[in-house]
Structures are given as structure tokens and as C-alpha cells.
Ligand binder design. Structure first.
Ligand code: NAD
Length: 296
């Protein structure tokens, strides 16, 4: 059976490395990395994501501001708030939790973040930098960066490997496909992107040395689509039911995990796979930003 690539364990290692880096930054510059998380309204899922980000930032010794704003904040006021943090010398990362209320234009808000503090990597300038690759890349988007980190730390060969990415979203599918095709460590792959209009999903998946699935459809990938010995990264998070005893949602990925694990060489579980990596990469981007800003 496949080796399990544990996001929980890799996250732990990354956070330990970052703790050291934060110490060094404090010694050298007299202040820690600063992150602000802006939450508009009280969407329960958003609250839980933001809380996790805040707790992780605090555990690393960041200067952390949790800026909660009411549901009815005007777009102009939100833009003004972002401008305040854009010029705040103690803040190196600005994160606006999505989704935003309907009366606010997400795009306008994300585009207002100073690209040099855009630790989510969603600003068009950072998307462009990612496309150029190499030293141009400032903040790789967190979920794709987590995926690449798991591939590298699991010892999977990427150079010349056939990578098939299922999904073409701006936050996962497209950026990870670009990243895997770039020159460099954990990349140099031959990449295919497949999506809802792809004619024969199975035939593409069967060729994959590394199969990255980000569709949001439980059991989309059948065990017989998995190339024996390949590495399978399951990004999907699907709520398929409720555990009566704990009252918590039962989560499944996009891959039929139990059967796939008998065929793949390495596989990520859900939960405990890609999920835990995303916040760790957000922290990594913030540390990187702090180093750049403080050295100026
Ligand atoms: P999305 O809905 O924006 O994109 C899904 C993509 O999958 C689309 O491009 C679509 O073409 C493709 N797709 C959907 N159904 C398909 C099918 N039947 N056959 C082929 N292609 C199909 O979703 P997203 O934001 O990219 O997220 C994808 C999944 O990853 C979701 O389950 C989401 O919850 C999860 N996710 C997890 C993390 C994390 O763990 N940190 C982060 C982001 C997203």
C-alpha cells in the first residue's frame, strides 16, 4: 500500500523552521513579522479559518492583528482600511478573508492590497510574477505552494514527470499547473490540465506520475485511473455527511482513497493532507515578506 504523505507532519516541520526564522528576525530587526487578517461579517466557516490563521500566527510570535468588520461596512471604508495597512510599517502581510458580502466587489478589494504585502498571492501582479517564475516569484499562492512542498518533501521526482492536474481554478488548478511546469526544484514537469470539458478524463489520469486533483467532487477519481506507484495529491475537501457522535462534518477528498492507496506509491489523505499545509504556507509567505520589508 501507498506511503501516506502527512500534511499534519510536514506542517509541524515547517512551523518549527519558521519559529527559528522569526527568532532571528526579531534579533536582527527588533520586531517580528506582522500579519493582519481582515474578516468582514460573521460567516461561520470564515470565522473558523481566520481563527486558525490568527492562532498559528500568534504561536509563531508574529505581531498579529485580527481586524473584524461588520457585514455592512461600505466598500469605500474597506478600501480605506486596506490602504491604512498598506502603509503600516509594522504590517508585512495583509489577508482579506473571502467571501466578502455581496455589496462589495472582491476583485476591487484584492487589487487594492499592496502586492508586496499580498501574502495570499492573489493580486494580479503576483499572479504575473508567478507566471514569469524563478526569482520573480514573491508570494506563491498558499494551497499550490503547500502541494509543491508536499511533493518535494515526500521525495517524489518531478523533473520530466507527467503531472496531470484535475481542475483549472485560479486558486489551485491553474497556479499549481504553472508551478510544476516552471524550471526549478520540485518542478520541470510535463503538465496536463484537465477539467469539466475534457473528453476522456480517465485516459489522462492513467498517464500521471503525479496526479493532483482539485475538482471538489467526491470519488471523482476511480482507483483504476491511478498509475501504479504514482504520487496522488488529493486537494478536494467535500462534506459527505455528519458524524452523529462528534457533530462534526465527515470529510472526503476527490479520490476514492482506500482503494487508490492500494495502487499509488504515495498518497495524501483527507483530512490531514493538503488542508493543514495552506496556513503553514501563508505563514511562510509572511516571514518572507517581513524579511524583505525589514531589510529595506
Ligand atoms: P473550483 O470549483 O473553483 O474549481 C474546480 C475545478 O474542477 C474546475 O476548474 C472544474 O473544471 C474542475 N472540475 C469540476 N468537476 C469536474 C469533473 N467532474 N471532471 C473534471 N473536472 C472537474 O474549486 P477550487 O477552489 O479549485 O477547489 C477545488 C477543491 O479543493 C474543493 O473541494 C475545495 O474545497 C478544495 N480546496 C482545498 C484547499 C485546502 O485544502 N487548503 C484549498 C482550496 C481548495
Amino acid at each position: 500500500t501507498a506511503e501516506i504523505i502527512s500534511g499534519t507532519q510536514i506542517r509541524k516541520a515547517i512551523l518549527a523552521e519558521l519559529t527559528e526564522e522569526v527568532k532571528q528576525i526579531k534579533e536582527k530587526y527588533g520586531k517580528p513579522p506582522g500579519l493582519v487578517t481582515i474578516l468582514v461579517g460573521a460567516n461561520p466557516a470564515s470565522i473558523s479559518y481566520v481563527t486558525l490563521k490568527v492562532q498559528t500566527a500568534e504561536s509563531l510570535g508574529f505581531h498579529e492583528i485580527q481586524d473584524n468588520q461588520p457585514d455592512d461596512i461600505s466598500e469605500a471604508d474597506l478600501l480605506a482600511l486596506i490602504e491604512k495597512y498598506n502603509t503600516d510599517p509594522d504590517i508585512h502581510g495583509i489577508l482579506v478573508q473571502l467571501p466578502l458580502p455581496k455589496h462589495i466587489d472582491d476583485k476591487k478589494v484584492l487589487n487594492a492590497i499592496n502586492p508586496d504585502k499580498d501574502v495570499d498571492g492573489f493580486h494580479p501582479v503576483n499572479v504575473g510574477r508567478l507566471m514569469i517564475g524563478g526569482d520573480e516569484v514573491l508570494f506563491p499562492p498558499c494551497t499550490p505552494a503547500g502541494i509543491q512542498e508536499m511533493i518535494v518533501r515526500s521525495g517524489t521526482e518531478t523533473s520530466g514527470a507527467e503531472v496531470v492536474v484535475v481542475g483549472r481554478s485560479n486558486i489551485v488548478g491553474k497556479p499549481i499547473a504553472i508551478m510544476m511546469a516552471q524550471k526549478g526544484v520540485g518542478a520541470n514537469s510535463t503538465v496536463t490540465i484537465v477539467h469539466t470539458r475534457t473528453k476522456d478524463l480517465a485516459s489522462h489520469c492513467k498517464r500521471a506520475d503525479i496526479l493532483i486533483v482539485a475538482a471538489g467532487v467526491p470519488n471523482l477519481v476511480k482507483p483504476e485511473w491511478i498509475k501504479p506507484g504514482s504520487t496522488v495529491i488529493d486537494v478536494g475537501v467535500n462534506r459527505v455527511g455528519m458524524n452523529e457522535a462528534t457533530g462534526k462534518a465527515i470529510l472526503r477528498g476527490d479520490v476514492d482513497y482506500e482503494k487508490a492507496a492500494e495502487i499509488a506509491g504515495k498518497i495524501t489523505p483527507v483530512p490531514g493532507g493538503v488542508g493543514p499545509m495552506t496556513i503553514a504556507m501563508l505563514m511562510k509567505n509572511t516571514v518572507r515578506s517581513a524579511k524583505i520589508h525589514l531589510a529595506r
